[in-house]
Design a protein around this ligand. Structure first.
Ligand code: PHE
Length: 345
C-alpha cells in the first residue's frame, strides 16, 4: 500500500469512527486515538525514515493535511453533539403556559391599624399633627397634670398597672397631650392627634381588654369652642359610619374636661330607628370629650384666660367593633388569621 493510500485509509476510518459518536467523552477518546501522542499518526511518522529524502517534505505535508481534515471532522461532530444536547434540553424544559398558576397569598394590615390610619387621614386633612409618646409614663403626666391628684376617686376609673410608685403603663394617651403642651410652652396653638396603646387592670372578657388602643385629639387655641368640637366629631361619625350620621352630646364627667360630654352617634345599622346594636335607642355611645379643664391648661403652661381647648378620646376597638359587628374584643389580639383576613382591602 502506498503511503498516500495509507493516509486515505486512515482518513476514512477516522470519518467512520467520528460520525457515530454521540458524546463528548467518546469524541475525546477518538481524538486521542488518531491525533494523540501515541495515536495512529505517531506510527505513520515512523514510515518517514524509510522514505527517500526528496519524498519526505511532500509526505509531511500530506500527513498534516490529513490531520487537519480529521480535526475538522471532530470539530463538526462536536458542534453537532452540542446542538443535539441543547435541543434535547429545550424540549424537556418547555413551559406549559396553560397550567394553572400558584396562588401567592399576601398579608393585610390589621383591622386596628386600618381604623387608626383612616382616622389619621381624616384628621391630617383637618390640619392636625400626629403625635406619639411613651407607653411607660410618669404618674405626673398620666394623672397629676390631668387634674387627677393622688387619691382622686376618678383614678379608680382607670385601674392602673404601676411599675414603681411614680411610673406606670399609661391608662390613656392624654399624657402625650400634656407633653406637647409643655413642649410648646403655652405660647402657641396646638392641634394634635395621639394614637397609641394604653393599659388598664381589667379582667379580659368580650368587652374588656387589659391593653387596647386609643386615639385622642387636642385642640388649643384662643377661640376654640364646643361648637368646633361638635363639628369635628360629626366629621368623625360620617367618616367612620358613613354619610348621614348625626351625633348628640350628653353631659358627663371627666376630671380633665369641663364641661364634659359623652358623644352618641345615630345608629348606622338601623339609621336611628332602633335595633339590637343600639339596644333599641337609635343611638350608640362612641366616645368622650369636652372643653379642656382650666387646671389642665395651667398645669401645662397655658394662660387659661387667653387659651381654650377641646379634647376627645376614641376607643379604637370599640369603634371597629361597632362598625364591623365584632362581638368579642379578644378577636383583635388572638391573631386568628381567618379573622384578620376578613378585613383585607
Ligand atoms: N382620656 C379619656 C379616657 O381615656 C378619654 C377622654 C379624652 C375623654 C379627652 C374626654 C376628653 O378615658
Amino acid at each position: 500500500m502506498s503511503v498516500l493510500d495509507k493516509l486515505k485509509a486512515i482518513q476514512e476510518s477516522a470519518l467512520e469512527d467520528i460520525k457515530v459518536i454521540k458524546s463528548m467523552h467518546e469524541l475525546n477518546d477518538v481524538k486521542a486515538k488518531y491525533l494523540g501522542k501515541k495515536g495512529v499518526f505517531s506510527d505513520v511518522m515512523k514510515l518517514m525514515k524509510d522514505l527517500p529524502n526528496e519524498e519526505r517534505p511532500s509526505f509531511g505535508k500530506m500527513t498534516n493535511e490529513t490531520k487537519q481534515v480529521i480535526l475538522k471532522y471532530i470539530e463538526e461532530q462536536r458542534t453537532l453533539i452540542e446542538r443535539v444536547k441543547v435541543e434535547e434540553q429545550l424540549s424537556k424544559e418547555t413551559i406549559d403556559v396553560t397550567l394553572p398558576g400558584k396562588r401567592m397569598s399576601s398579608g393585610n394590615r390589621h383591622l386596628l391599624t386600618q381604623v387608626v390610619e383612616e382616622l389619621e387621614d381624616l384628621f391630617i386633612g383637618m390640619g392636625y399633627e400626629i403625635m406619639e409618646g411613651p407607653e411607660v409614663e410618669t404618674d405626673e403626666y398620666n394623672f397629676e397634670k390631668l387634674n387627677l391628684p393622688k387619691d382622686h376617686p376618678a383614678r379608680d376609673m382607670q385601674d392602673t398597672f404601676y411599675i414603681t410608685e411614680d411610673t406606670l403603663l399609661r391608662t390613656h394617651t392624654s399624657p402625650v397631650q400634656i407633653r406637647t403642651m409643655l413642649e410648646v410652652g403655652g405660647t402657641e396653638p396646638i392641634k394634635i392627634l395621639c394614637p397609641g396603646k394604653v393599659y388598664r387592670r381589667d379582667d379580659d372578657d368580650a368587652t374588656h381588654s387589659h391593653q387596647f388602643m386609643q386615639i385622642e385629639g387636642l385642640v388649643v387655641d384662643e377661640t376654640t369652642s364646643m361648637a368646633d368640637l361638635k363639628g369635628t366629631l360629626l366629621e368623625v361619625a360620617n367618616k367612620m359610619f358613613g354619610e348621614g350620621r348625626d351625633i348628640r352630646l350628653r353631659p358627663s364627667y371627666f376630671p380633665f374636661t369641663e364641661p364634659s360630654v359623652e358623644v352618641d352617634i345615630s345608629c348606622h345599622n338601623c339609621n336611628g330607628k332602633g335595633c339590637n346594636i343600639c339596644k333599641g335607642t337609635g343611638w350608640i355611645e362612641v366616645l368622650g370629650a369636652g372643653i379642656v379643664n382650666n387646671n389642665v391648661l395651667e398645669a401645662s403652661g397655658y394662660d387659661s384666660t387667653k387659651y381654650r381647648g377641646f379634647a376627645f378620646g376614641i376607643g379604637v376597638e370599640r369603634m371597629a367593633m361597632l362598625k364591623y359587628g365584632i362581638n368579642d374584643i379578644r378577636q383583635f389580639y388572638t391573631n386568628d388569621l381567618r379573622f384578620n383576613k376578613q378585613f383585607k382591602k
